[in-house]
Design a protein around this ligand. Structure first.
Ligand code: UDX
Length: 439
């Protein structure tokens, strides 16, 4: 059993804290938000993540997981302090480090015994050194400490299993001993552990996310080419995916990536390159293809309906991906706004994200289920690939629509089948579908 403090109860912090507690450690999660901590003490999660509530409850009951708003209390007995605060996007696309700075300063002010400070937040290369400088500037060498970078690779919606079954654990530090100690904490996970220097670890995180985002924009570009030459991108991705050098994952064409990581991290990496004098050509293409995918959906609607002026469009799905209520940089936001800007009316249904979405999209009318959503719609767009959308009674949907236009922004349906029901179907990159070329 180790004593661990976790600063920040966002996705990364709370999942990390609850999982380390579940591995038998004593964990205190700290956040400056009294509201969040108060709710957590009552068993109310600050966001939706499958399995998290039970995990938190079990570990609180077992006396291994605690919540506080006090840095001093969190750090009092801690050997490790994980920094897991937010790093939002700054004005120029750079990562905004004000919360990391605040956490480093507060840790410096209360620490009175040797600490291993582990950075989980996604931070620009060089931030680990900067955190060490902040602490040293406040405390000199009065209390020994080391900084270790341990980037997270958690996907929302499967964060707990990602934590418990990581593909790898990456640790970076100039202090090999400290990195080895953090490695010990991760041994029960039986994952390969890469130990390297601070900056390289920070770069591994950015390069990994940028690579996955690149795969998505790559397949979206292939989808556009499939449409003009008459091929089906889903089959293309399947055919490519059997090559072990390529693999099938992250080759789903659609409305593009959103969420709290890919958009922000690709931008931040491009910004880091630019501000150091390097023009990141591929990252710029990745971003512009991704932005175009959101416009593409609206173009497909316009082509099918003639004009969006006065049209009623139903969005199936609002969250940036299934199994989360996260709306950060969700494609649905841009898509809804573009439709409204062209004079259309937008209605939407999402299994869990409607409450969060209401605040962001006040002009969008929320429907209680997919069938009521269809009432009077001129078109429906699949924006999020929730499982429950894959087996809808499409004939019931069609009968309630004004015009049977279906834009499948996630390619979840078989085009020939949907067309056989009388729909005008538009997928992404599904040029060949048994009915000739879709232009
Ligand atoms: C991602 C990384 O996967 C994770 O390792 C990192 O730590 C945080 O960022 P997350 O943002 O939760 O996780 O979502 P992910 O499942 O990776 O999907 C990101 C976005 O890409 C979603 O909008 C998803 O719909 C989209 N996507 C994914 C595609 O459009 N096509 C694909 O083939 C895969």
């Amino acid at each position: 059993m180790r004593n661990i403090a976790v600063i920040g109860v966002g996705y990364v912090g709370l999942v990390t804290g609850a999982c380390f507690a579940d591995l038998g450690n004593r964990v205190t999660c700290m956040d400056i938000s009294e509201e969040k901590i108060e709710k957590l003490k009552q068993g109310i999660m600050p966001f939706y993540e499958p399995g998290l509530e039970e995990l938190v409850e079990r570990n609180v009951r077992a006396g291994r997981l605690f919540f506080t708003t006090s840095y001093a209390e969190a750090i009092r007995d801690a050997e490790f302090v994980f920094i897991a605060v937010g790093t939002p996007e700054g004005v120029d696309g750079e990562a905004d480090l004000r919360y990391v700075r605040a956490a480093a300063e507060a840790i410096a002010d209360v620490m009175d015994h040797p600490l291993i400070i582990v950075n989980k937040s996604t931070v620009p290369v060089g931030t680990g050194d900067w955190v060490a400088d902040i602490i040293r500037a406040r405390r000199g060498d009065s209390v020994p400490f080391s900084v270790v970078s341990c980037p997270e690779f958690l996907r929302e919606g499967s964060a707990i299993s990602d934590f418990m079954n990581p593909a790898r654990v990456v640790l970076g530090s100039l202090d090999r001993d400290a990195a080895e100690k953090v490695a010990q904490l991760h041994l029960p996970l039986r994952a390969p552990i890469v130990i390297t220097d601070l900056r390289t670890a920070e770069m591994i995180k950015y390069a990994s996310n940028a690579f996955l985002a690149t795969r998505i924009s790559f397949i979206n570009e292939i989808a556009a080419i499939c449409e003009v030459v008459g091929a089906d991108v889903k089959e293309v991705a399947n055919g490519m995916g059997y090559d072990p050098r390529i693999g099938r994952m992250f080759l789903d064409a659609g409305v593009g990536y959103g969420g709290s990581c890919f958009p922000k991290d690709v931008k931040a990496l491009a910004h880091m390159a630019l501000s150091n004098g390097y023009q990141p050509q591929m990252l710029q293409a990745v971003m512009s293809i991704n932005a175009y995918q959101r416009r593409l959906v609206v173009k497909k609607l316009r082509d099918a309906l003639g004009s969006l002026d006065g049209a009623v469009v139903g969005l199936l799905g609002l969250a940036f991906k299934p199994n989360t209520d996260d709306m950060r940089d969700a494609p649905s936001i841009d898509i809804a706004r573009y439709i409204i800007a062209e004079g259309g009316r937008v209605r939407a249904y999402d299994p869990v994200a409607m409450e969060v979405a209401r605040r962001i999209l006040p002009d969008v009318e929320m429907a209680p289920d997919p069938y009521s959503l269809a009432d009077g719609c001129d078109a429906i767009v699949i924006v999020t690939d929730w499982n429950e959308f894959k087996n809808l009674d499409l004939e019931r949907i069609r009968d309630r629509m004004r015009r049977p236009v279906l834009v499948d922004g996630r390619n979840i349906y078989d085009p020939a089948f949907v067309r056989s029901l009388g729909f005008i179907y538009r997928g992404i990159g599904r040029g060949f579908n048994g009915e000739g070329v879709q232009k």
